[in-house]
Design a binder for this molecule. Structure first.
Ligand SMILES: NC(=O)c1ccc[n+]([C@@H]2O[C@H](COP(=O)([O-])OP(=O)(O)OC[C@H]3O[C@@H](n4cnc5c(N)ncnc54)[C@H](O)[C@@H]3O)[C@@H](O)[C@H]2O)c1
Length: 243
């Protein structure tokens, strides 16, 4: 992936950092936008890694990131919108979620994807290779299951409609648009939820092992580099959990 510039939001999270490491190993130039500035020792010394502290819900932060990337590379080949979390109060369902958390969740888990592509689109258009451009959003099977988390789930399903709406517009510039909907992906950064939490979800798996961050990284690599005819798709990566 030499000569390929990849920008990823949430790239310092539990899944994101594994994806970033994989893409750097493949030779890509990777720019991470995240509020968390804790850099993993595995990636911080890589000369192809850039970090720009960015709150993806803040338009000024995104504009600043845009200007830094423009100055450094003048283009983006692949934009991966991964930052997202559920709010604590929505674990208690619609009765428990606060109005403030409804707004925060929708802003981060839906609006921020729209802000991101709106801010960075000219840089994707600047990428010269027609078969090496895409916009990828990370959703969740919460969008299609009855697992609760009302605002998070609504936002994650909103991503599908948004993807469809921009497909033709971005297609004119040869930019593919896809979504990956993840099932449960246990990782090192999660708060310990105890065995019961995992036992509950493992029951829903046809094959009794969870998707891991390196599976997400492999799928993203395949989507960007190999399976270049995939466009406008929601790819469910969940070991059959949602079925
Ligand atoms: N882990 C799972 O089981 C699972 C399941 C389904 C979907 N997902 C989705 O996968 C993506 C990654 O999840 P994860 O488990 O790695 O989460 P995580 O909490 O470990 O990482 C999320 C990252 O996003 C960053 N972030 C949060 N708010 C931000 C903001 N306003 N601006 C910029 N960065 C911000 C955090 O600092 C963090 O680095 C999320 O979109 C999540 O909804 C995860």
């Amino acid at each position: 992936m030499e000569d390929t510039v990849i920008v990823i939001t949430g790239g310092h999270g539990g899944i994101g950092k594994v994806v970033v490491y994989c893409l750097l190993k493949k030779g890509a130039k990777v720019v991470v936008l995240d509020t968390n500035d804790t850099k993993s020792s595995k990636i911080k010394s890589n000369e192809n890694y850039t970090f720009i502290k960015t709150d993806v819900t803040n338009i000024n932060d995104l504009q600043n990131a845009h200007d830094i990337i423009k100055e450094k590379y003048n283009h983006i080949n692949h934009l991966i919108s991964m930052a997202g979390i559920n709010m604590k109060s929505e674990v208690e369902g619609i009765k428990g979620i606060t109005f403030e958390d409804i707004d925060k969740s929708i802003k981060l888990n839906l609006n921020a994807h729209i802000y991101l592509i709106k801010t960075m689109l000219d840089l994707l258009e600047n990428a010269k290779q027609k078969d090496n451009k895409s916009f990828l959003m990370i959703s969740s099977i919460n969008a299609i299951t009855a697992y609760g988390l009302p605002a998070y789930s609504a936002a994650k399903s909103g991503i599908y409609g948004f993807m469809n709406s921009i497909l033709n517009e971005l297609g004119k510039s040869y930019i593919r648009v896809n979504t990956i909907s993840l099932g449960t992906v246990p990782h090192m950064e999660q708060e310990v939820k105890g065995d019961e939490y995992f036992e509950h979800y493992v029951k829903h798996l046809a094959i009794k092992h969870f998707v891991r961050p390196n599976d997400v990284a492999d799928t993203i690599y395949a989507l960007l580099k190999i399976a270049k005819c995939i466009n406008g798709q929601n790819i469910v990566l969940d070991m059959g959990q949602s079925v």
